[in-house]
Ligand binder design. Structure first.
Ligand code: HEC
Length: 150
């Protein structure tokens, strides 16, 4: 019985902790120091159009706008479903074990990268790397709850 109580207490604590990770308090500070320098320009569609005219933009590491809550969650839910997770994952969720190409920016040391990744993982309701057609309806609905995590 005691074990069960401890188990439920543990679930409750980890659940409420996950619920508590919010954009403004937890994600924004990391994003501003690690990502915003490259992700503060054009919105995705405009960025894509600009890159097709000037491919050097990619080489020059000019990223698409993600420096607001609204623009960032578009890479979690819709329309760029899963992009944030694919790019930030440390390789644990892919067959070849290769980290996403934005993982390196999460920190200067492995320790810092893992620490910041954990924060993103707690903020995103479902850490799935798939595109929208690879998610179940339930996962899509669950993922949508990111809208309440401002
Ligand atoms: C040095 C500049 C630079 C930094 C720093 C950087 N990015 Fe990027 N990022 C880019 C560029 C350029 C692209 C587009 C090229 C590509 O797809 O790799 C990109 C692409 C992405 C994409 C893919 C979007 C899509 O749908 O194609 C995501 C998600 C992303 N970055 C997230 C992040 C996050 C989160 C951080 C901070 C941890 C970060 N980036 C830091 C330059 C940067």
């Amino acid at each position: 019985m005691k074990k069960f109580i401890i188990f439920f207490l543990f679930c409750f604590i980890s659940f409420s902790y996950a619920e508590d990770v919010k954009y403004t308090t937890h994600i924004k500070p990391i994003f501003e120091s690690k990502c915003a320098g490259c992700h503060n320009g054009l919105e995705y569609e405009e960025w894509k159009a600009a890159v097709s005219k000037d491919p050097n933009m990619k080489k020059d590491m000019v990223g698409m706008k993600m420096d607001t809550f609204r623009s960032l969650i578009a890479y979690v839910t819709w329309p760029n479903t899963g992009a944030l997770m694919r790019r930030l994952d440390n390789g644990a969720n892919v067959k070849d074990g290769k980290p996403g190409n934005m993982y390196e920016y999460l920190g200067d040391t492995k320790e810092e990268r893992e620490k910041n990744l954990e924060v993103f993982k707690k903020w995103v309701p479902v850490w799935k790397l798939g595109r929208i057609n690879e998610l179940s309806l339930n996962e899509i609905l669950e993922q949508n709850k990111i809208k309440d995590r401002y």
